[in-house]
Write a protein that binds this ligand. Structure first.
Ligand code: GYE
Length: 333
C-alpha cells in the first residue's frame, strides 16, 4: 500500500482501499444454532444463512450445537473472544444461561435470542427475543381437537392421548406440553402418558412404539413436531392399526406442530396428520431487522411473537377461538 502511494499507474491504489474499507464494515454475527434435528430447524438455518451474507453486510460465524447446551456455551465463549458485534443464540433449553450471558454482557456484546427462550432472572442479560408463542400454538390445536370431538359426538372420556414431547426443558416443549395438559384438564380427556421424542423422527417412532405396546386405549398421538409425527405414523402402521381422524372407529389420530415441510403438508392432506399447529422458522429477516434497528439506535421490542396459522384437511372444523380471538383453519385440499 505504502509502496503504491503516489504511483498513478497502479490501479490497485484506488481499488484496494475501498475493498478494505468494505471488509471492515461487515457486521460480525456469531450464531449458535440448536442442531439439525428437524425440518423446522433446517428451514431456520437456511433462513439465517441466506440473510447473514457478505452481500447483506454481514460476516456470519455459524455453530451447530448438535442439541447440546454445553456446545452452545463453548461457542458463545468463542464469540466473545473473537469480539463479534452480535451474538445470536437459538437456545436448546431455557435454563442454565446466567453465567455465559453475564460474560457476554460484561464484554459489551448484545445477545439476540431467537426461537426458544432463555429463563434468566436478569432480563438485561439479553437484548431481545423473537420467536413463536408455543403455548398458543398448543391451545389452538387442542381447541381444534375439542371442536372436532364435539362435532363428531365423541365423548371426552373416550379420548386417550399420549404426548410425544420435544426436547425436555426447551420452550417449544414446555409451551406445547402445558397447553395440552391444561386442555386435558378442562375437557376431561385422558392423558395416558408422556415421553420425549427429542424432536426427531427416529426417537418419535421409538417412543410411540413403546407406548403402543404398553397401552391399548391410545387413540390420539400428540406429537410436539412433525418429524416425531412421521415416526409416530410409522410406529402406528407397524402395529397394523390405521392412522386417521376416525378415532371412534378404531383409528389413531396424529396431531403435530410446524407445517414446514412438504412431507408434513402431504401427510395432512392424506389424513395421516389431522391437524398441524404452524410454527414459522423464517427468523433470518427478523433478526436482520433487529440488528439494523440496534445499529440505528432504535430499541427493538423485548419480546416479538410471530403470527401463525393452523392447518388441517378435515372439513368439520373451520375456526377455533382462543382467548376471544378467532383463528380460521387453513383448509388443505
Ligand atoms: O418445532 C421443532 C424443532 O424450537 C420451534 O424445534 C422449535 C422446535 C420445532 O426441532 O421441529
Amino acid at each position: 500500500m505504502l509502496f503504491t502511494a503516489g504511483c498513478g499507474e497502479y490501479s490497485e491504489k484506488t481499488v484496494q482501499p475501498e475493498i478494505e474499507e468494505e471488509a471492515k464494515d461487515l457486521i460480525v454475527v456469531g450464531f449458535s444454532q440448536v442442531g439439525a434435528e428437524s425440518d423446522w430447524r433446517k428451514a431456520n438455518t437456511e433462513s439465517m444463512l441466506e440473510t447473514f451474507t457478505e452481500e447483506n453486510g454481514y460476516e456470519l460465524i455459524f455453530e451447530d450445537a448438535q442439541q447440546k447446551q454445553q456446545n452452545q456455551i463453548t461457542s458463545i465463549r468463542t464469540f466473545i473472544q473473537r469480539e463479534v458485534d452480535y451474538i445470536v443464540v437459538a437456545p436448546v433449553m431455557e435454563d442454565g444461561w446466567d453465567t455465559v450471558l453475564t460474560e457476554a454482557k460484561d464484554a459489551g456484546i448484545p445477545v439476540i435470542v431467537v426461537d426458544r427462550q432463555v429463563a434468566v432472572e436478569d432480563k438485561s442479560l439479553f437484548t431481545c427475543w423473537v420467536g413463536s408463542d408455543f403455548e398458543l400454538e398448543s391451545r389452538k390445536v387442542c381447541e381444534w381437537l375439542r371442536s372436532y370431538c364435539e362435532v363428531k359426538e365423541i365423548e371426552p372420556d373416550t379420548v386417550g392421548i399420549v404426548n410425544i414431547q420435544g426436547t425436555l426443558g426447551s420452550s417449544a416443549q414446555l409451551g406445547r406440553s402445558k397447553g395440552l395438559r391444561e386442555a386435558v384438564g378442562r375437557n376431561g380427556w385422558n392423558l395416558i402418558a408422556e415421553a420425549s421424542g427429542e424432536y426427531t423422527q427416529a426417537k418419535g417412532r421409538e417412543a410411540t412404539a413403546r407406548l403402543l405396546r404398553q397401552y391399548d386405549d391410545i387413540n390420539v398421538v400428540y406429537c410436539e413436531n412433525d418429524n416425531e409425527a412421521f415416526g409416530a405414523i410409522e410406529a402406528i402402521e407397524a402395529t397394523g392399526k390405521r392412522v386417521g381422524n376416525d378415532i371412534d372407529k378404531g383409528q389413531i389420530m396424529v396431531i403435530s406442530f410446524d407445517g414446514v415441510s412438504e412431507e408434513a403438508i402431504n401427510d395432512a392432506k392424506a389424513g395421516k396428520i389431522s391437524c398441524i399447529g404452524e410454527c414459522n422458522p423464517l427468523h433470518g429477516p427478523r433478526v436482520d431487522k433487529i440488528i439494523k434497528d440496534l445499529e440505528n439506535g432504535v430499541t427493538p421490542d423485548k419480546y416479538e411473537y410471530v403470527d401463525e396459522d393452523i392447518f388441517s384437511a378435515v372439513r368439520d372444523v373451520r375456526t377455533v377461538t382462543v382467548d376471544d380471538t378467532d383463528y380460521d383453519i387453513v383448509l388443505l385440499q
